[in-house]
Design a protein around this ligand. Structure first.
Ligand SMILES: O=C(O)CCC(=O)C(=O)O
Length: 281
């Protein structure tokens, strides 16, 4: 399948930095994705917590290479990869994927940040990077859906550092200005919807204060021509083996393979981000 964006969505990606595609994965695929992620023994064993400033945790799993599991096939599916290639203007490779699981009343908040605020420090010279967040559950304001600042990718990379609550985030003074001039958007999503967004889009999310679970999976990509010049915890250019859109249903409930699929043990900030934000103490 070629890029899933309509011409109008391609234009809004340029101006807004994100596009929400309803029903990127259909009911049967979402069912397989959720079951795969909930039940995969290796993934479950690799879950770790990322705490917010109130001690509330998002449970996470992170993996660098998409394999033959149902969620590996989703990250390699033509509809996602072709759309990323259209967004980033050429061949892409898989940079990593992550589950961000906010459980009822527990799931933690994320501070305002740009993904490139982190990935810059990994030796990625250009911001030719993007992600798609796929909703596994309904995501809304009550359970901590993603919030974005429309058009914020146009400001370029903003300085990031450790904020008073100990999470890394973007310079609050810049974010304050952006919020005065640009629109704050709540990306409410149904299971299977996909939110494609540029790595310089400013985004955050609230704690899950509701009784509904909010699990999402994010597939992140880098342009092949933007091979990082620093070796780090995410891969250098690795050819992405794209699969047909039918691959998820054809494979069924497939889990990761021990020894082939490798999960990370923790969330690591690049060394360049271990400084406090000036004036933020
Ligand atoms: O899952 C969320 O609410 C936020 C995730 C996020 O911002 C990220 O992984 O960069």
């Amino acid at each position: 399948m070629p890029c899933v964006f309509s011409p109008e969505q391609s234009r809004s990606f340029e101006s807004d930095g994100y596009v929400l595609v309803r029903g990127l994965f259909d009911r049967q695929e979402v069912h397989l994705l959720v079951a795969g992620i909930e039940q995969d023994p290796q993934l479950r064993a690799s879950l770790y917590d990322r705490n917010d400033s109130n001690g509330k945790a998002t449970r996470m799993a992170t993996w660098n290479h998409p394999g033959e599991s149902v969620y590996g096939l989703a990250a390699r599916s033509a509809r996602v990869v072709d759309t990323m290639e259209a967004m980033l203007g050429g061949e892409v490779y898989h940079y990593h994927s992550k589950l961000t699981a906010k459980d009822p009343y527990e799931g933690g908040a994320w501070e305002w940040h740009q993904d490139y605020g982190y990935w810059y420090h990994n030796g990625c010279l250009l911001p030719h990077m993007a992600s798609v967040m796929v909703a596994l559950d309904r995501c809304d304001r009550d359970n901590g859906c993603l919030q974005l600042i429309r058009g914020s990718h146009q400001v370029g990379r903003v300085e990031h550092g450790i904020l008073p609550g100990e999470q890394v985030g973007a310079d609050p003074k810049r974010v304050e200005q952006m919020l005065k001039q640009m629109e704050l958007v709540y990306a409410e999503m149904a299971p299977g919807d996909g939110l494609f967004f540029h790595a310089n889009v400013m985004h955050r999310s609230d704690q899950n204060r509701s009784a509904s679970r909010r699990w999402t999976v994010l597939f992140c990509y880098n342009a092949a021509r933007n091979d990082p010049f620093v070796a780090h915890h995410h891969p250098n250019y690795t050819r992405l083996d794209k699969v047909d859109d039918g691959a998820i249903k054809a494979a069924g409930l497939k889990f990761s393979v021990q020894g082939q699929d490798v999960f990370m043990k923790t969330f690591s900030n690049p060394p360049g981000l271990q400084q406090r934000m000036p004036d933020s103490q």
